[in-house]
Design a protein around this ligand. Structure first.
Ligand code: E4P
Length: 219
């Protein structure tokens, strides 16, 4: 399955119109890059209106009580659709566990290893997000962590789904799915690259030219 990794309602609407995506992930960095000074609630409401499934919104607070207050506020925007993105860490796991008891969906994020993902899954996360590109930036292959986490989730029948994010290339998508990711969250620009192949363009152009240049007969 694929999610869209963006906060841009126009881009998200376009990708959803293809029928290929079933959720959205956002983060403060993407928000700052794409929307600058925009109001977070308004932007997320626009994203909700043009998408379906979970829309992940990341917590910015650092203390546990402030994280809970922030999570409840985001959750109130659309209780069935908002998924609280919780940065991995001690307060993060406590918050994840607590939100699970309150029936609020969570996406534990910024994880680079099997160990982190396993703890997130055990604490009751709805999604465990592994960052492919950032792991690869350090010179390591991300696939063993994805593979091991998927095997452990399946073995213990844990509810968490693995999302692989931090996608930089088309091949990251293929490899994440091959290693066992339940979901890959893909930026709109990579979705567009996935759609194209030079030989497809060539074949479509050739067929069109042949049809236009035909010497009569078929309509
Ligand atoms: C995933 O949920 C994150 O939003 C995102 O994929 C992080 O990607 P980056 O490494 O490009 O910041």
């Amino acid at each position: 399955m694929l999610f869209v990794d963006s906060t841009d309602p126009a881009e998200i609407q376009q990708i959803f119109s293809w029928g290929v995506a079933c959720g959205v992930t956002t983060n403060p960095l993407i928000f700052a890059r794409e929307a600058g000074g925009a109001d977070l609630e308004q932007r997320i409401r626009e994203v909700l209106a043009v998408s379906r499934g979970h829309v992940s919104v990341e917590l910015l607070a650092e203390s546990e009580p402030a994280m809970i207050e922030e999570a409840e506020r985001y959750h109130g925007w659309a209780p069935d659709r908002i998924c609280i993105k919780v940065p991995i860490g001690e307060p993060g796991l406590r918050v994840t566990h607590l939100l699970r008891e309150r029936g609020i969906a969570t996406n534990v994020t910024c994880m680079m290893s099997f160990n982190q993902g396993y703890l997130a899954a055990l604490s009751g996360a709805t999604y465990a997000s592994i960052f492919s590109g950032r792991v690869r930036d350090t010179g390591f292959d991300v696939r063993p962590a994805i593979r091991q986490l998927r095997a452990q989730i399946d073995r213990e029948e844990l509810a968490a789904k693995i999302i692989v994010g931090s996608i930089r290339h088309m091949m990251d998508v293929n490899e994440a799915l091959g290693a066992g990711a339940h979901i890959v969250t893909v930026p709109p620009a990579i979705f567009r690259k996935m759609l194209r192949h030079p030989k497809s363009d060539e074949a479509i152009a050739e067929f069109g030219a042949a049809w236009r240049g035909r010497g009569g007969g078929r309509q």
